[in-house]
Design a protein around this ligand. Structure first.
Ligand SMILES: Cc1cc2nc3c(=O)[nH]c(=O)nc-3n(C[C@H](O)[C@H](O)[C@H](O)COP(=O)(O)OP(=O)(O)OC[C@H]3O[C@@H](n4cnc5c(N)ncnc54)[C@H](O)[C@@H]3O)c2cc1C
Length: 355
């Protein structure tokens, strides 16, 4: 008989895990209080990358995840992905060069560009950088549409997606046997906690501690506008891209800027800076801003795997979930159904925090 799995969470991570589990033959029920699309996921900048600032072992997981997005797009045509490329100059020249040298040696598709080439890549930058790094293989997902597409296809393959709030996990003799929603127990062979910032409270009901912090990140969204940008632009204190709908979205960092004491004022200032940086942007209008909370394990790396000491639970909580989702879905499915842990997940078990 096929395994019954409850996936808690309908953001990009829960959606990907549910899709992969269902495709592999599990009987899946997705439970979320938000409905399809999640909580952090709609507030994401959604850059798919293996860019600077991480050790090689994490780079390898991210680069694999980028490849897995392409595999997933073949399996599920119409996924809203755009391999638009990223132009990066948010570091001083010496650090940018060090990034280019290091990541080139790891096989990342780095092109060093001067102002002339930068202006070819993004003709509407008011001040093209004298020196930048361009990575053509980087891209974006439209995150809510991607999560919904995965969940809709999972339902078509037999998964159930229900709205509800988990009170606690149902534990018998040290093994999780399901979840309790509104006082009712729903049984399962395995429970996956893909609940983002809500994960620690759920895990705590079985004594599992998830060390997660949730920094806020503000992103501004223009009204839909004519095409001004070809891809991602990462300038100092201004990370910007244009969505499939034509909105220009920006943060002081891709992970969103600090909203400060007055988020409305922060959004207006950021929007003005973004407008000033783009030729032809005079008619841009601020439509709204979002403040999202990144589910970020305290050491900055994902938590993916079983929780030692409590059988029947699998945890998948992380920042960079848009980049990582397809690999996490695939690897979690193999581990849950076949007991095979992918070597790329080696550093990301929960046990690392016990040391
Ligand atoms: C401002 C910002 C910018 C970002 N930029 C990038 C980027 O450029 N690239 C990138 O790769 N990543 C980026 N991220 C990170 C990325 O968006 C997240 O890692 C990802 O969205 C997490 O997805 P998730 O499915 O784990 O969580 P979520 O989308 O938060 O979903 C959690 C789900 O769990 C459910 N849930 C929680 N508690 C309960 C409960 N008790 N009962 C039932 N359901 C529950 C919620 O309802 C929801 O459905 C960014 C994040 C932010 C906020």
């Amino acid at each position: 008989m096929s395994k019954q799995v409850i996936v808690i969470g309908a953001g990009i991570i829960g959606a990907s895990i549910a899709w992969h589990l269902t495709k592999a033959g599990a009987q899946v029920t997705v439970i979320s209080e938000s409905g399809a699309g999640g909580v952090a996921t709609p507030n994401s900048f959604a850059w798919i990358n293996a860019s600077w600032g991480n050790p090689e072992v994490y780079f390898r997981l991210r680069i694999r995840a980028m490849a897995e997005w392409k595999r997933l797009a073949n399996d599920l045509p119409g996924l809203p992905l755009n391999w638009c490329g990223g132009l990066c100059f948010d570091l001083p020249a010496d650090r940018l060069e060090a990034y280019a040298a290091e990541h080139s040696s790891w096989g990342y598709g780095i092109e060093r560009v001067d102002a002339k080439r930068a202006a070819q890549i993004e003709p509407n930058l008011v001040e093209p950088p004298e020196f930048a790094v361009y990575v053509a293989e980087e891209g974006v997902a439209e995150p809510v549409a991607a999560a919904k597409a995965l969940l809709t296809d999972a339902e078509r393959r037999g998964a159930r997606v229900v709205t509800g709030t988990i009170d606690r996990l149902a534990l018998t003799n040290g093994k999780v046997k399901g979840v309790v929603i509104s006082g009712e127990t729903m049984a399962a062979d395995e429970v996956v906690i893909a609940a983002g910032a809500g994960a620690p409270a759920i895990a705590a009901t079985t004594g599992i501690k998830l060390p997660i912090e949730t920094p806020a990140g503000l992103i501004v969204h223009s009204r839909p506008y004519k095409t001004l940008l070809n891809g991602l632009v990462h300038a100092e204190k201004l990370h910007v891209r244009q969505t499939a709908e034509g909105r220009i979205i920006a943060g002081t960092d891709f992970a969103g800027g600090d909203p400060g004491e007055n988020p409305d004022a922060t959004a207006r200032d950021l929007f003005a800076a973004m407008k000033a940086a783009l030729r032809g942007g005079d008619g841009l209008e601020l439509d709204f801003h979002t403040v999202g909370y990144r589910p970020n394990p305290v050491d900055g790396f994902p938590i993916i795997g079983r929780a030692g000491g409590v059988a029947g639970v699998y945890v998948a909580v992380m920042h960079s979930g848009i980049t990582l989702a397809p690999a996490v879905g695939l690897f979690a499915t193999r581990e849950i159904l076949d007991g095979e842990r992918d070597p790329l997940l080696g550093p990301y078990g929960l046990s690392r925090f016990a040391q």
